[in-house]
Design a protein around this ligand. Structure first.
Ligand code: MLT
Length: 264
């Protein structure tokens, strides 16, 4: 399905029980909502679920290829309005978590709970900003498939890479299908994002934090810092998983997610 929000067509899926609590899923960079297939199926009976491709990625429109985190938050809020969802539980993985954390600063009244997966509140330091710039240049020169080949090594466990598990192929395919301009535009958006650490202590809704034990991008230590600052938050380290914890260990991830959603 497609929604026209803020001048751009945003692709989304919607399912489950329309009368139940809404759970909105935001994927990481540079994937699409297809990463949430297992989680959505699990929520069919007891929840209303929405997963969308954020601007530029998956089946959503490229727009002008220039993005900001603020613009992604505008789109999230506009999607809630379009779908007539007053309040939702938001689940964000990595860049999806950056969007969720900033949305919580801007529009806390729209959220009932938050699930932060393999993400962080810190903004990019200088080294990270430079790495984004190098990545943006490279993806425009070499294309999305080359970017995907380099990216998977950083987000999966060695075991998943060696065994070439299906999730590795899925992520390679999702990245390769994206427009290099959208990948570059979203790298620049992440480089320019604000730091949301100061406001973690203001989060007063139920919060679940999940992180892969081998996540080298947004590490368990980073997750622990968020956990210490968000009052009453719950933290689980996902065994046998790196950055793509929902794909590498769906059994553990889904069990913790469902327990949490039922409590909110
Ligand atoms: C993601 O998975 O969304 C990105 O790897 C996050 C990042 O690069 O900061």
């Amino acid at each position: 399905m497609q929604a026209k929000v803020n001048g751009t067509k945003i692709y989304y899926t919607e399912g489950g029980n329309p009368a139940a609590t809404s759970v909105v899923f935001i994927h990481g960079f540079p994937f699409s909502s297809a990463i949430w297939k297992d989680q959505l199926k699990m929520l069919d009976r007891d929840f209303h679920h929405v997963a969308y491709d954020f601007r530029g990625l998956g089946s959503s429109d490229l727009g002008d290829g220039q993005y900001t985190l603020e613009g992604h938050v505008d789109d999230l809020i506009a999607m809630l309005d379009y779908l007539e969802i007053d309040q939702a539980i938001v689940v964000g993985l990595s860049m999806g978590g950056y969007i969720a954390l900033r949305a919580l600063e801007r529009n806390p009244e729209r959220f009932l709970g938050v699930v932060l997966c393999d993400t962080q509140s810190k903004a990019d330091d200088n080294a990270a900003k430079i790495k984004r710039a190098v990545g943006a240049k490279a993806v425009k020169q070499d294309g999305a498939a080359a970017f995907a080949a380099g990216f998977v090594g950083a987000v999966f466990t060695k075991a998943s890479i060696q065994n070439d598990v299906a999730a590795v192929g899925l992520i390679k395919d999702l990245i390769s299908a994206n427009n290099p301009l959208a990948i570059a535009g979203n790298l620049i958006a992440m480089a320019g994002r604000t730091d949301t650490t100061e406001s973690l202590r203001n989060i007063s809704i139920p919060t679940l934090i999940l992180v892969g034990e081998e996540d080298a991008l947004t590490t368990p230590d980073t997750a622990r810092v968020m956990h210490e600052q968000i009052k009453g938050s719950e933290l689980h380290v996902v065994p046998k998983a790196a950055h793509m914890s929902n794909l590498e260990n769906p059994e553990f991830f889904n069990a913790r997610l469902l327990e949490f959603l039922k409590k909110v």
